[in-house]
Write a protein that binds this ligand. Structure first.
Ligand code: MG
Length: 453
């Protein structure tokens, strides 16, 4: 309190008939109240940083737990980079843990900047995921301290629940139309459809991939032209048999040349898609200007982005409609909120990447972002069931394509760490992925040329 304020308070006390000792006591109490309000309670300190590595289902999941020096106060964050999961664990345990122990938990922005800068070289997926685990755990702690869900700390809910989309796929239009109908029967109004020669089927309802064309090598062949022709047939069948009341999307997964991608995005204009996802790889970002100038199909992009150098130009030049970053990949909810706020200024909506290689903690952090972001568009994934729901208690409930938060403090998630320990990395992997320690292997054209996955 400044001198003027103190004099006013003393004058008010005198006017109320307070004198001497009573007046001094009142003044002391008021001062203490103001200090509590402005300074808050003393910050807890980071006592330990623990990596929880588990694979109860398909993907290797990494969660960071930060333990504080206050009894029972801790938090969880998602650091899942399933294709290089062991490397993230090392980054947390060998580098961030010694860097963070003893630091206060309340300075989240400052801690994020310090972690980001402490490696000197930065903006890579391993280190960004490691920082995300710390960042989200600190937000969880702050929410628990406040007795509020994290979305309340970001300004509160902009909506009651979070819209999601379904996935379906197949190797012929008839199967895909049936998959879309099934999704609609479960209450979905948005369905992402896929097809594929020489690639994994996508999501529930997807059939096994067909044998596909033969190549000059032993592995599966990805036929770009055949895939694009089949997708156009699929969209045509969906619009002819179902109509336009269902919103359709498709993930191109960065597998095409810029010329092929631009032609396909133009060809899709007639089907009025909700969005086409990742038509180009981040290396080809400059082609989005040409794509945008030639057609109006909405574009969603960004699950491979690591750095502001990648997403900023696409947002501020209004070259995309949905930003689809993988939240842990960009460093956690602190940078993701900045991306969402930047995107809001340029009419771009959020559609965070959320397949099963996001931990339930990560899904929940995204749910809180979705609830608190005015420019939220749609959310992928987030339905947690089976052993995952047993291991991560408090996940969102799902009804009629919407996810509902549990409104408990922090993320509202408790992790059964003993159960997680029963499913070490590799426990659910067979074949090539097990041999590659969770890695994805390779994808090639018929002549053997390697392409992006
Ligand atoms: Mg994708």
């Amino acid at each position: 309190m400044d001198r003027r304020g103190l004099l006013q308070m003393i004058a008010a006390g005198a006017a109320a008939g307070l004198t001497g000792e009573r007046q001094a006591l009142a003044q002391e109490k008021t001062q203490a109240k103001m200090e509590r309000a402005t300074r808050g309670m003393p910050s807890p300190k980071i006592k330990d940083v623990i990596v929880i590595a588990t694979q109860p289902a398909g993907a290797r999941l990494t969660v960071v737990k930060i333990v504080t020096d206050q009894d029972g106060l801790y938090g969880y964050g998602c650091a899942t980079f399933t294709q290089r999961a062991e490397a993230v664990g090392v980054a947390v345990e060998k580098y961030l843990r010694p860097f963070l122990i003893g630091k206060p938990t309340n300075r989240i922005e400052d801690t994020w900047q310090a972690c980001y800068d402490s490696s000197y070289w930065k903006n890579g997926p391993v280190l960004n995921n490691a920082i995300s685990g710390v960042d989200e755990a600190l937000w969880d702690i702050k929410g628990r301290q406040a007795g509020m869900p994290v979305y309340e700390l970001w300004g509160g809910k902009c909506r009651e629940a979070v819209l999601t989309f379904a996935n379906t796929g197949g190797d012929n239009p008839k199967d895909v139309v049936e998959g879309v109908r099934q999704a609609m029967a479960h209450g979905y109004k948005h369905v992402r459809v896929g097809a594929g020669f020489g690639r994994r089927p996508r999501g529930p309802g997807a059939s096994e991939p067909p044998a596909g064309p033969k190549g000059l090598h032993e592995g599966p062949v990805f036929d770009r032209g055949a895939n694009l022709r089949l997708m156009l047939q699929i969209f045509e069948a969906c619009r002819k048999d179902i109509g336009f009341e269902v919103e359709l999307m498709h993930d191109m997964h960065e597998r095409y040349s810029p010329r092929e991608a631009i032609q396909f995005v133009k060809d899709c204009e007639q089907f009025k898609l909700y969005f086409l996802e990742d038509p180009l790889s981040p290396e080809d970002n400059d082609w989005y200007r040409q794509m945008r100038s030639q057609c109006s199909t909405p574009i969603a992009m960004g699950e491979l982005f690591n750095s502001p150098h990648e997403w900023t130009p696409l947002i501020v030049e209004r070259l995309i409609d949905y930003i689809r970053c993988h939240v842990s990949q960009v460093g956690g909810v602190t940078p993701a909120r900045k991306i969402a706020l930047l995107a809001e200024q340029f009419g771009v909506k959020t559609a965070w990447h959320g397949p099963n290689d996001t931990s339930p903690v990560g899904h929940t952090a995204q749910l809180h972002l979705d609830l608190a972001s005015s420019n939220f568009g749609i959310q992928e994934g987030g339905i947690i069931t089976g052993v995952l729901a047993e291991m991560f208690r408090g996940c969102a409930t799902f009804k009629d394509s919407y996810l509902w938060a549990n409104d408990a403090p922090g993320w509202g998630i408790e992790v059964d760490e003993k159960l997680a320990a029963k499913y070490p990395f590799g426990a659910n992997e067979q074949g090539e992925r097990g041999r590659l320690n969770g890695g994805w292997g390779e994808l090639r054209l018929s002549d053997g040329t390697i392409i992006k996955q």
